[in-house]
Write a protein that binds this ligand. Structure first.
Ligand SMILES: Cc1cc2nc3c(=O)[nH]c(=O)nc-3n(C[C@H](O)[C@H](O)[C@H](O)COP(=O)(O)OP(=O)(O)OC[C@H]3O[C@@H](n4cnc5c(N)ncnc54)[C@H](O)[C@@H]3O)c2cc1C
Length: 308
């Protein structure tokens, strides 16, 4: 039986620490509870929004006038060489579990906040590793039809920050089976430690933000050459980093109210204290306009906007 609450403040449930009240709010663990929550919304003709770790979501200042469903299933099991977890498991907890079991392969993902389900949906990645590299199967439910399905890695249609689930939001991820390679616990832990140190240097660790604000956009050859000439780095798949575009047109460290584009990473919008969604959206609009005017490139938000 689900416990639907009313008028729950969303800000503390996100890493950006921004957002007003959910009119209705519920935490769910099982497929049955997910179904029940969606039925609750449908019976009352309410909009619903599903999230989990809240590290890639910006809720509006006026909150969400519907039902916010938080995925909380955080079971973890070792299936003899492969690890299964609930979609609501924190990615960090899952990687520590893998280290404990002496499985290597996911170390570069250390420090990415949020849930494993959220990470699969966005094919989260860092330092050359993406979720697609460790995911074997994804168990999901289509909340519109009630259909449950097990997706193979190929069926997840992973790409740069995208997946089948991002394109088809009626599918909610419930469980994930990941494969790793047997490794040495000390070496795995030391690699994880090094990744956290790198993230601290880049100032993308333990900051009040929603991660990268924009995805890295595709750009024409002229812009790719400018990037390569300026940084000495190669562009990949016709994309250039959004952070470089922002930095190049003066959005670096730009502040509106209490929201500031990052010092090391202009593509991280940081809540410096009492930032609001309105201020974040204003900074986003300024950034988009400048990048379009200067480079002819259209930026798209990676962060998920809810309640706008
Ligand atoms: C400081 C910081 C650093 C970050 N660094 C990185 C990084 O290095 N690399 C990177 O890729 N990302 C990074 N991020 C972004 C973020 O952590 C990831 O996108 C993360 O995987 C999101 O997971 P979540 O559970 O928090 O998603 P949420 O914010 O809860 O949700 C985001 C979206 O996922 C959907 N979703 C969540 N759970 C499910 C589910 N079970 N089934 C279907 N859809 C679901 C929601 O509907 C929503 O649309 C960073 C964020 C922060 C704040």
């Amino acid at each position: 039986m689900i416990n639907v609450q009313e008028n729950i403040l969303l800000a503390p449930l996100t890493t950006f620490d921004i957002g007003g009240n959910a009119r209705y709010f519920v935490e769910v663990v099982s497929i049955e509870e997910i179904k029940e929550a969606v039925a609750f919304a449908k019976e009352r003709s309410l909009k619903y929004f599903v999230f989990s770790g809240g590290s890639n979501t910006l809720f509006a200042d006026h909150g969400f006038d519907g039902l916010v469903i938080r995925i909380k299933n955080n079971s973890m099991t070792d299936n003899g060489g492969e690890l299964m977890c609930g979609a609501g498991t924190s990615l960090m907890t899952f990687l520590m579990f893998a280290a404990e079991k002496e499985y290597t392969g996911g170390e570069n993902l250390t420090g990415i906040p949020g849930s494993v389900g959220g990470a699969v949906r966005g094919n989260a990645g860092a330092f050359g590793t993406e979720m697609k590299d460790i995911v074997k199967e994804v168990h999901a439910i289509n909340v519109e039809t009630g259909e449950t399905k097990v997706f193979s890695n190929e069926e997840c249609a992973f790409g740069y920050r995208k997946s089948f689930f991002k394109k088809n939001p009626s599918f909610i991820i419930v469980n994930i089976l990941c494969h790793f390679i047997p490794g040495n616990k000390k070496e795995i832990e030391s690699a994880m430690h090094d990744v956290i140190a790198k993230r601290n240097n880049l100032q993308i660790q333990d900051v009040k933000s929603a991660g990268s604000w924009f995805t890295n956009p595709e750009a024409d050859e002229r812009v790719q050459e400018m990037f390569e000439h300026d940084t000495g780095k190669k562009s990949h798949d016709g994309r250039v980093p959004a952070g470089w575009l922002l930095q190049s047109c003066g959005v670096f460290q730009k502040r509106i109210g209490d929201i500031q584009a990052g010092v090391q990473h202009a593509n991280y919008f940081i809540n410096m204290g009492n930032g609001t969604a309105e201020q974040a959206m204003q900074l986003s609009a300024v950034a988009k306009t400048r990048v379009r005017d200067e480079f002819g490139v259209n930026l798209k938000e990676e962060v998920v906007l809810a309640g706008f």
